[in-house]
Design a protein around this ligand. Structure first.
Ligand code: ATP
Length: 136
């Protein structure tokens, strides 16, 4: 069975939405294998977001991710990578479809980074790489 890394990002934790997000994941039927509150350092985030280094939103993204705790989740189920990304909705919360986590709970707050509540791995390779970073 497949596994993915889900993060409830600092905006989701700070707004008290962890439970609501977990409820959607559980209602969809995926299995929580491991879950922890994390306060990643800059080095961990640089590893996680290596593909975005040099982009205009990279520094704001790291600052945002350093602004408070996140919840890291190891999630399992058939096609869970695709399934969670569907639950999450598209990257930009302003236009993410209603019914998705980002579409229902997210919006543009006028910042340089999209505060979009959650992260989900986008491939089997990314999931393996990211799970090794967050659940070392
Ligand atoms: P995630 O990987 O977080 O599930 P994603 O694959 O849709 O979402 P990426 O393209 O990997 O997003 O970007 C990582 C994160 O960087 C986004 O979730 C968002 O917080 C931020 N981000 C991405 N693109 C932009 C942008 N153009 N402007 C501001 N922030 C952005």
């Amino acid at each position: 069975t497949e596994e993915t890394l889900v993060l409830v990002k600092p905006d989701g934790v700070a707004r008290g939405l962890t439970g609501a997000i977990l409820a959607r994941i559980e209602a969809k039927g995926y299995a929580l294998v491991d879950i922890r509150l994390v306060e990643p350092d800059r080095e961990t985030l640089a590893q996680h977001y290596a593909e975005h280094e040099g982009k205009p939103f990279y520094e704001p993204l790291l600052e945002f991710m350093l602004s408070g705790p996140s919840v890291a989740i190891r999630l399992a189920g058939n096609r869970v990578i695709e399934g969670f990304r569907s639950l999450a909705g598209t990257t930009d919360p302003t236009t993410a479809a209603p019914g998705t986590i980002r579409g229902d709970f997210g919006r543009d707050w006028g910042l340089k980074v999209q505060q979009n509540l959650v992260h989900g791995s986008d491939s089997v390779e990314s999931a393996e790489r990211e799970l090794a970073i967050w659940f070392a």
